[in-house]
Design a protein around this ligand. Structure first.
Ligand code: AGP
Length: 607
């Protein structure tokens, strides 16, 4: 998952690289490192931990025109200085940073060791500088030939930045599967894993495609395409900087800011609804050319929070649309056969659009002739670009590793999409008033419950295990609540379908294990009440999100976080915010690193 950043130009590369790495830390923060050329030599500095630690060991009086940096999410090899990038060859001529996984690194390492190369790390990446050294110094290739040959010899995914002290004013960038973007400056050029790292310096970008190599100098960016064996003309896209910068705006953490931004996100999405026409239609759907009446099956694929949004949609869609809906984790799709009818539509959901498992599923199903509609928060991402149809989630940049506002956007779009299909299939009018009220309801609900959620979090934050219980369409929300809590607070939490408790999990209950129920007055209500009674009988403390003035529920639970008695349409959106805020406060009370929880990264670009 790692973030990589490179600079070549007429200024000092060090501050650029450091600032770029800080913006890429959401991709991993186990260690950080930088390599730059100084007096015709490679200077390498690396540390364990965050970029802040790297800053402390850097000499900012050093000056260099070309350099590369890395912030790591460890895959191969533990978290140590030796395993931190950049990595070099035996002679210290070449420095490499890498995002991805080189799957055949063991064979290559054995081969290189048999040729006398000495390795200093346990990483897959280190084979790259040694292999280049072997090809250039022993096999007699020039560096560019060797770099092209790398595409053939390396299996797996890679975004690589490479500098060679013998070619002091050039930076090489290679991409296969892992994202890599070049930024066009004036007298300087950049390469990074993601646009936010470049947004302070340029608005002109080019997304390298698979099997492309950029040869970057201060004056030009040449792009070589392995498929055509030629240099190609590339046209930069313009992405205005306003859309890229992310600030906390006075909030202590990005996550909290992003939770409170949700009504705004919903308003933004709803502003794309076409209100003048009789037909229910929204902006991005206009480009989706699907014969909805021919579809028999919808297969939704995603990971983590996005999977939970898809799982929620399954219940909604199944109820109102004539489709069989299946939801699967993208990581599980590697192991599945596609024995499914031709009239199947695939939907992938991904806030980043760079999740490796989602990308590989997308490619697999497209190879099998299926159409893919994707919901993605980054229109330039691989998923967005490679899908047949694409809906932009419009949540804005999400910095907190825990997905919040993108989850909200996914829920809203999946429901809008359902409404759209319904209106097409049955020629019925959709109740727009209900939608129009959503942002306002969410706004007032947030201000109404924020103190209550904090109060409840204060009461329970020291517990070590939580069970989140719900039924039917509320169950995916329970999964999401548990995921939010575990990923940012490191408390063990499980989402369990309430009806399954008696088949095993009920054995976990005791006075130290709070149960968090989702108990709206809907079709799941009476069975949920029974399940919470069963938990109470085992002396588990009970927290619940449920309707206000529900005396039965109030007398049963220890702590109720109420939703107002409005149309049940609003409940999941309100409930999602409660679950996010609860996890946030618990993690904050425990002093966790909320925006960058341990072992995680925002974009999961390895399988
Ligand atoms: C959410 O809080 C998590 N950080 C994670 O589960 C995330 O949802 C998952 O990695 C999928 O990411 P994507 O939406 O970018 O594909």
């Amino acid at each position: 998952m790692c973030g990589i950043f490179g600079y070549v130009g007429n200024k000092n590369c060090i501050p650029y690289i450091i600032s770029g790495l800080e913006k890429l830390e959401y991709r991993g923060y186990d260690s950080a490192g930088i390599a730059y050329l100084k007096d015709k030599n490679l200077e390498i500095k690396k540390i364990v931990g965050k970029v802040q630690n790297l800053k402390e060991i850097l000499d900012f009086n050093d000056f260099s025109n070309v350099g590369i940096g890395h912030t790591r999410w460890a895959t191969h090899g533990g978290i140590s200085v030796e395993n931190a990038h950049p990595h070099t060859d035996c002679e210290g001529n070449i420095a490499v940073v890498h995002n991805g996984i080189i799957e055949n690194y063991k064979e290559l390492k054995n081969f290189l060791m048999s040729k006398g190369h000495k390795f200093r790390s346990q990483t897959d990446t280190e084979i790259v500088p040694h292999l280049l050294e072997e090809m250039v110094d022993k096999e007699g290739m020039n560096l560019e030939e060797a770099l092209k040959e790398l595409f053939k010899r390396l299996e797996g995914a890679f975004a690589l930045l490479i500098i060679d002290k013998r070619r002091p004013s050039i930076l090489y960038a290679l991409r296969k599967q892992s994202p890599l973007i070049v930024g066009f400056g004036t007298g300087e050029n950049f390469v990074a894993s993601d646009i936010p790292a470049l947004g302070d310096y340029t608005e002109r970008f080019y997304y390298l495609k698979d099997n492309q190599m950029a040869i970057v100098s201060d004056k030009e960016i040449k792009v070589y395409d392995l498929k055509t064996n030629n240099y190609i003309e590339v046209e930069p896209i313009i992405v205005p900087q306003d859309g890229i910068r992310a600030e906390k705006n006075g909030y202590p953490h990005f996550m909290l800011k992003e939770i409170f931004e949700q009504p705004l996100v919903v308003r933004r999405i709803l502003s794309t609804l076409d209100r003048d026409k009789d037909k229910f239609i929204f902006e991005d759907i206009k480009n989706v050319d699907i014969s909805w009446e021919k579809i028999r099956k919808v297969f939704i694929v995603a990971c983590g929070t996005s999977y939970h949004a898809g799982y929620y949609a399954k219940f909604l869609w199944e109820k109102e649309l004539p489709y069989f809906i299946e939801v699967e984790l993208a990581s599980q799709m590697h192991h599945r056969n596609l024995n499914i009818p031709e009239e199947t539509l695939f939907i992938t959901i991904s806030q980043s659009g760079e999740t490796a498992d989602v990308i590989s599923t997308l490619r697999k199903v497209k190879e099998n002739g299926f159409k893919v509609l994707s919901l993605v928060n980054n229109p330039q991402s691989t998923v967005a670009r490679e899908s047949d149809y694409f809906i932009n989630l419009r949540a804005g940049v999400e910095i907190g590793v825990a997905a919040t506002k993108t989850f909200m956007a996914e829920l809203v779009y999946l429901e809008l999409l359902k409404e759209y299909i319904k209106s097409r299939l049955y020629n019925i009018k959709i109740d727009l008033d209900k939608w129009n009220m959503l942002p306002t309801y969410l706004e007032s609900y947030l201000s109404q419950i924020k103190d209550r959620v904090f109060e409840v979090a204060k009461k329970y934050y020291q517990k070590r295990n939580f069970l989140y219980l719900a039924r039917g369409k509320n169950f995916p929300l329970a999964l999401e609540g548990a995921l939010k809590l575990k990923e940012i607070s490191y408390i063990h939490a499980e989402g369990i379908p309430a009806g399954e408790m008696k088949h095993g999990p009920i054995a976990l209950l005791d006075p130290e294990t709070p149960v968090f129920g989702i108990v709206y007055k809907d079709e799941t209500y009476s069975k949920m009440i029974n399940n919470l009674e069963e938990a109470k009988a085992r002396k588990a403390p009970i927290i619940a999100i449920g309707n206000e003035w529900d005396e039965k529920l109030e007398s049963l639970v220890d702590d109720l976080i109420p939703v107002p008695n409005v149309d049940p349409f609003y409940y999941p959106y309100m409930g999602a915010m409660v679950l996010q805020l609860f996890a946030y406060h618990v993690a904050n009370l425990l002093g966790r690193e909320i925006d960058q929880p341990r072992n995680l990264a925002k974009s999961v670009t390895v399988e």
